[in-house]
Design a protein around this ligand. Structure first.
Ligand SMILES: Nc1ncnc2c1ncn2[C@@H]1O[C@H](COP(=O)(O)OP(=O)(O)OP(=O)(O)O)[C@@H](O)[C@H]1O
Ligand SMILES: [Mg+2]
Length: 181
C-alpha cells in the first residue's frame, strides 16, 4: 500500500478506537524503536530524555503512535548526516498540579521559514519530491482529537522543534510522583 492510501485510510479511522490512560514515555520509546529500525543506516544520533513521574495521558494509542511516527520521520528526513534528533517529554505544572505533558521533537540542521510555519499543517503542502503533504495535517488532527496543542519553532542555531502539549488524564499533585527511579 502506498503512503497516500495509508494516510487516507488512517484519517478515515480517526474517530475510531477508545481512549485509555497510557504512559507517554513508554509510547514514545515504542515509536523511537520503530524509526531506529527504519533509519538504521542514517548517521543521525537519536537522543531520548524523559522526566520522572510523568502523568498518564488519555490516548488512542494507534493514533498517537501514527502521529509521532510522522513527526519523527519528518525530523529524520530533515536531519543532515552527522546531525542529531532529540525526543523529550516533561511534566507541565500549573500551580502544584501536573496538568499535562510537554513533548518536544527537535532536529538539527533544518529550518522552516517563518512564512511556511502555518502552511506545513495544510493538507497536501509538501516540499518533498515524493511527499503527500498529509503527514503534519494528520498529526495536527490527531493531537486536536487528544485535546492537545502543537507548535513549531525553527531557527538556524537550534534547528527545528515541534512541541506537543497533551493534557494529563487526571491532574495530580506535583509532589505525588513515584519515588522509584
Ligand atoms: N523537521 C522538519 N524540518 C524541516 N522541515 C520540515 C520538518 N517537518 C516538516 N517539514 C516541512 O513540512 C512539510 C510538510 O510535512 P508533512 O509531513 O505534512 O508532509 P511531507 O513530509 O512533505 O510528506 P509525507 O509526510 O507524505 O512524507 C515538509 O514537506 C517539509 O517542508
Ligand atoms: Mg511527513
Amino acid at each position: 500500500m502506498d503512503r497516500l492510501t495509508e494516510d487516507l485510510l488512517g484519517l478515515a479511522r480517526i474517530d475510531r478506537g477508545t481512549f485509555e490512560p497510557r504512559s507517554i514515555d513508554e509510547l514514545l520509546q515504542e515509536v523511537v524503536s520503530l524509526v531506529r529500525y527504519d533509519f538504521g543506516q542514517r548517521k543521525v544520533e537519536i537522543r531520548e530524555r524523559y522526566g520522572e513521574g510523568l502523568p498518564l495521558v488519555a490516548v488512542k494509542p494507534d493514533k498517537l503512535i501514527q502521529a509521532f511516527l510522522n513527526l519523527l520521520r519528518n525530523a529524520l528526513e530533515a536531519t543532515p548526516q552527522g546531525g542529531r534528533m532529540e525526543i523529550s517529554a516533561v511534566a507541565r505544572r500549573t500551580d502544584d498540579r501536573m496538568t499535562g505533558v510537554s513533548i518536544r521533537v527537535t532536529n538539527t540542521g533544518s529550518i522552516i521559514p517563518e512564512e511556511l510555519r502555518e502552511k506545513i499543517f495544510e493538507p497536501f503542502f509538501t516540499t518533498k519530491q515524493e511527499g503527500t503533504g498529509l503527514g503534519l495535517f494528520f498529526v495536527q488532527q490527531i493531537i486536536q482529537a487528544h485535546h492537545g496543542d502543537i507548535a513549531v519553532e525553527s531557527d538556524p542555531s537550534q534547528g527545528t522543534t515541534f512541541e506537543i502539549i497533551l493534557p494529563a488524564a487526571e491532574p495530580s499533585h506535583a509532589g505525588a510522583t513515584s519515588d522509584v527511579g
